[in-house]
Design a protein around this ligand. Structure first.
Ligand code: CAO
Length: 564
């Protein structure tokens, strides 16, 4: 059985890099190229791949440790030692070989840019250089890599070494530092595109740009520029007369750019950055718990978990991007008792919030003279007792609404197809809000237009009883075209009800009172019933609402009209 050691390869000249993640455990089977650890320097993070296939029998590093080139990473029990050693092209050392030569390892492909960003002297020391073109440095691979973040904007002042863009391959992410101090005057790339060594990134106006003419940059055809470009150096000069730069590739939205650039300053490894992008999480929102505040995978998982566990809070407070009402610890002001809200209360809250946020509400008010109605109703009291029912104003209200809705069907319609269509119902089912100890429910009374006042009285009684006994079936609360919410028996002179979506209108009924009413000659005692009609202004305009309400007032004022 042969064991062999995997060591840290050439990491691009970085003096040391921190182990930010150990990707395998003792006992794991690994294949060639599988990431063993993630190293992160101040400019790049990179996965160190296994150069062997086999079983991890010892991990020689731990998180937080600083490693340099040649440092042992793991001891692998090689499945087929010969084959693996051949595959690794001498990058690995057998455990009995003292000196490692990690130089030509696969991980070289992920060397960070510090080494390569050192520009050829002729490109940076050219006297009087005004603008410099920054290009993708040697990234250790001929393959294109993704440009995941642009860390600067046009107009930004950058210092030498400031991160300009972040590149990411499937094995590493690396920041491209600015080779000079100056001002970003043109961006030639957008996040999301693929780039290769030598591709143009941006123009930076160096500190010497304000120098006199003598210090003007050399023309683009100068040998030094040619030399620099031919050598695909990371930075080349470009004068004002030089060839036009390519247009930036089509990129993401401005919002995405902002998110990307703010994420760029977050301390996190490539795996975490990739995961964050997949989840659509801006890393700047995530609190890092790793060394030096580094965001680790667990931080991101925790953040996503918390976000998912907040849907009801979001629905109740931030449904339209409205800032949430902050939680207050009321016990700081005095003793408190906290109770849990039941399911019905929370459901009602969500429905109200949804309607309130989605529907532009208008409420119109009027009063119906129900003196005659009340006299008629009183005259039927004994008959109601004989029928073992109760004749409240509600059956009359239901009937009157059904007649008014027949004349004004828009009030019983619903919006459909994202607002392109209006559904007119050929039935008349009316909901009735019932106040129960458990909360508010709205059973629906079907085919109100086809029922007698006595039938409606029975149904009001039955439905209100069922509601209070919590015996309503879900089907009892579906299919309404319009709703009546009567607070008449409770009191109050008026209120503005919330439309019970997807319906478009609701009638609020308040407490009827005897009042002196001027008839043009004298004040007469009349029983006046306050009515409030709330409606969805996307469907019902003021004229529709006013006509419906006036009609309803007339019907309640003279119930003989209900027969017509
Ligand atoms: N003005 C004056 N008195 C009224 C009245 C009004 N507008 N409406 C009803 N009354 C009277 C009734 O006539 C009855 O008295 P009598 O027995 O002397 O006739 C008494 O008040 C009690 O009526 P009721 O409430 O039992 O019966 P109802 O048919 O009028 O209403 C129901 C039934 C289920 C709608 C009602 O009980 C109820 O729950 N209302 C609350 C609805 C609600 O909470 N809406 C708000 C929703 S938004 O938060």
């Amino acid at each position: 059985m042969t064991t062999a050691q995997v060591t840290v390869p050439d990491i691009g000249g970085a003096e040391g890099a921190e182990v930010i993640e150990v990707l395998v455990a003792v006992g794991d089977d690994v294949v060639v190229d599988q990431g063993l650890i993630v190293l992160e320097s101040d400019k790049a993070s990179m996965e160190i791949p296994s150069t062997l296939a086999g079983k991890v029998i010892e991990l020689l590093v731990s998180e937080g440790e600083e490693l340099a080139e040649g440092a042992p990473v793991a001891l692998i029990e090689v499945a087929d030692a010969k084959e693996s050693v051949e595959e690794s092209e001498g990058d690995i050392e057998q455990s009995d070989i003292a000196d490692a030569d990690p130089g030509e390892n696969d991980a070289k492909a992920v060397q960070p840019p510090e080494e390569t960003i050192e520009q050829p002297e002729e490109t940076t020391s050219a006297p009087g250089a005004s603008k410099q073109l920054v290009v993708v440095p040697d990234i250790g691979t001929d393959d294109a890599v993704e440009l995941i973040e642009v860390c600067v904007s046009v107009g930004d002042t950058v210092a030498e070494g400031d991160s300009l863009v972040v590149l990411e391959s499937d094995k590493a992410s690396m920041e491209v530092p600015s080779p000079l101090a100056g001002e970003v005057c043109e961006l030639l790339v957008d996040a999301g595109i693929s780039v290769s060594q030598g591709d143009k990134l941006m123009m930076i106006k160096g500190a010497l740009s304000g120098e006199p003419a003598a210090a003007e940059p050399e023309k683009s055809d100068s040998p030094s520029v040619e030399a620099a470009e031919t050598a695909a150096a990371p930075v080349s000069q470009e004068s004002a007369t030089a060839e036009k730069n390519p247009s930036p590739a089509p990129g993401p939205t401005a919002q995405a750019e902002v998110a990307a650039s703010s994420s760029a300053n977050v301390y996190a490894g490539p795996a975490v950055r990739k995961l964050a992008r997949e989840f659509g999480v801006g890393l700047q929102q995530v609190k890092g718990s790793g060394p030096k505040g580094r965001v680790v995978k667990e931080d991101l998982q925790q953040f996503v978990k918390q976000a998912l566990s907040r849907p009801s809070t979001a629905a109740s407070s931030t449904g339209s991007g409205i800032p949430a009402v902050p939680d207050v610890d009321f016990s700081q002001f005095g003793p408190v008792k906290v109770t849990k809200r039941n399911r019905l209360e929370k459901l009602t809250a969500d429905n109200m919030q949804r309607s309130w946020l989605n529907v532009p509400h208008v409420t119109q008010f009027d009063e119906a003279d129900i003196t005659e109605l009340e006299a008629f109703r009183s005259s039927l009291k004994s008959e109601a007792e004989q029928r073992d029912t109760r004749l409240t104003p509600m059956p009359f209200l239901l009937k009157a609404c059904s007649v008014a809705l027949r004349e004004h069907p828009k009030l019983a319609s619903s919006l459909a197809a994202g607002g392109d269509e209006l559904v007119f119902k050929q039935y008349c089912h009316i909901g009735m809000a019932v106040d129960t100890p458990a909360g508010l429910v709205v059973p629906v009374i079907r085919d109100v237009d086809q029922k007698t006042i006595w039938q409606l009285a029975d149904e009001v009684l039955a439905m209100a009883g069922k509601a209070r006994d919590r015996k309503l079936a879900p089907s009892d609360m579906k299919g309404g075209c319009f709703t009546i919410s009567s607070l008449g028996s409770i009191g109050g002179s008026g209120f503005t009800p919330i439309v019970n979506t997807p319906e478009v209108a609701i009638l609020g009924v308040s407490n009827a009172e005897m009042r002196p009413v001027w008839n043009g000659e004298s004040f007469l005692p009349r029983k006046m019933l306050p009515l409030a009609l709330s409606y969805d202004h996307r469907v019902i305009n003021g004229g529709d609402g006013g006509r419906f309400l006036s009609h309803l007032v007339r019907l309640l004022g003279d119930i003989r009209q209900l027969l017509m």
